[in-house]
Design a binder for this molecule. Structure first.
Ligand code: IMP
Ligand code: MG
Length: 180
């Protein structure tokens, strides 16, 4: 079991498993024949997944534009969860097909907010791609269009995801199991 910062990490999805899945996701995305596609990476957690997925998309012949939005949700696991844009995209989304990329779909509040925002700005469509889906935690009607993996209800780290700002750099997704 890998040890990082003195903690044992159990690998849930390895780097090679994720890489294979990213290519399948990219092919699924390409099959939709989106027009003038604008990919929006939801920061911070999606930065590694988005970086890998857009390169897999390139391998399937897609050439999306890429944007970033920094969204923060407070108390996302509670009914009082409030979502705010901390840094917005620079592009106009009106008339465009948008693909939001995020790390985890949990309650759905973050991505519901982001998708409603893009549609209210006149996006032609707004699809959602997530690496992980914790569907048992859902508090909204939201479903993602492209899902890497169903995620068991553990707090996961790595591949962009953190606990208290740590472990984003891990090339795999894992669970912190305790002191090594
Ligand atoms: P929600 O769908 O609005 O509840 O929020 C999902 C967001 O919560 C994700 O984009 C992550 O930033 C964060 N999150 C949820 N579960 C985890 C986890 O297990 N590890 C790290 N971040 C998580
Ligand atoms: Mg997030």
């Amino acid at each position: 079991m890998p040890v990082v910062r003195g903690k044992s990490i159990e690998v849930l999805f390895s780097a090679s498993t994720i890489a294979r899945r990213n290519l399948e996701l990219a092919k699924d995305i390409a099959a939709h024949e989106y027009n003038d596609l604008l990919v929006i990476s939801v920061l911070k957690g999606s930065f590694i997944f988005a970086a890998d997925l857009i390169r897999a998309m390139h391998d399937t012949g897609l050439s999306p534009e890429v944007e970033f939005i920094f969204i923060s949700s407070y108390g996302a696991g509670t009914t009082s969860g409030e979502v705010r844009v901390l840094r917005d995209i620079d592009n106009d989304v009106a008339g465009r097909d948008v693909l939001l990329i995020d790390d985890i779909l949990e309650s759905g509040k973050t991505l519901k907010f982001a998708r409603d925002l893009m549609l209210s700005r006149g996006a032609r469509s707004c699809a959602i791609a997530v690496l992980l889906d914790k569907h048992t935690r859902r508090q909204t009607e939201l479903t993602a269009d492209f899902v890497g993996f169903e995620c068991p209800d553990y707090f996961v780290v790595g591949y962009g995801m953190d606990v208290a700002h740590a472990f984003r750099e891990l090339p795999f997704v894992g669970i912190v199991t305790g002191d090594a």
